[in-house]
Design a protein around this ligand. Structure first.
Ligand SMILES: Cc1cc2nc3c(=O)[nH]c(=O)nc-3n(C[C@H](O)[C@H](O)[C@H](O)COP(=O)(O)O)c2cc1C
Length: 147
């Protein structure tokens, strides 16, 4: 059984260290996740993370326990938790996406995603995940999103 979790959380570090922390987290995560068949993406913007992780249910539950205890963030708010039959983010074991330094990503879609979050998920889990995918499919983003 495959499971997908999407959450947002607050970065507890200094803004100046955010890009480094994001890259360090993803470097470690890519290695760890590859061994456990976990895929996903990690966005950062303005003291907030948004992460999507997917993989075997037990592996995802175990990883979420470690993630919850990580002092680099707090106030984890689960937005999506669902069983899936196929992966949405299979290209990446953990792709960092720093929205503060990459202006490439489609702002209209990002606005929709932020609105969906701010207004307490007026859209379904599946639509929420589709929005994240739309952001990743922004033309020109290929260069940043290397497999
Ligand atoms: C926002 C955020 C996302 C993270 N995502 C992952 C991840 O996808 N995979 C991973 O192995 N560690 C991830 N980590 C790191 C884990 O929280 C933890 O530090 C790491 O798994 C080592 O855990 P351990 O000390 O229990 O071995 C993330 C940390 C943060 C703050």
């Amino acid at each position: 059984m495959l499971k997908l979790v999407v959450y947002v959380s607050e970065y507890t570090g200094n803004e100046a260290d955010a890009a480094t922390d994001l890259n360090n987290i993803c470097r470690h995560a890519s290695e760890f996740n590859a061994r456990r068949n976990i895929s996903g993406v990690l966005f950062y913007e303005n003291y907030h993370f948004l992460q999507a992780i997917e993989g075997p249910q037990l592996e995802i539950d175990g990883l979420m326990e470690s993630i919850r205890m990580d002092s680099r963030h707090r106030n984890i708010d689960i937005l999506v938790e669902m069983d899936i039959s196929s992966r949405y983010f299979s290209r990446w074991n953990m792709q960092p996406i720093n929205l503060e330094t990459s202006s490439l990503f489609e702002t209209k879609v990002l606005k929709k995603l932020r609105d969906a979050y701010m207004h307490n998920l007026q859209i379904s889990d599946a639509s929420f995940v589709m929005l994240i995918q739309d952001i990743l499919n922004t033309p020109g983003a290929e260069e940043i999103l290397k497999s």
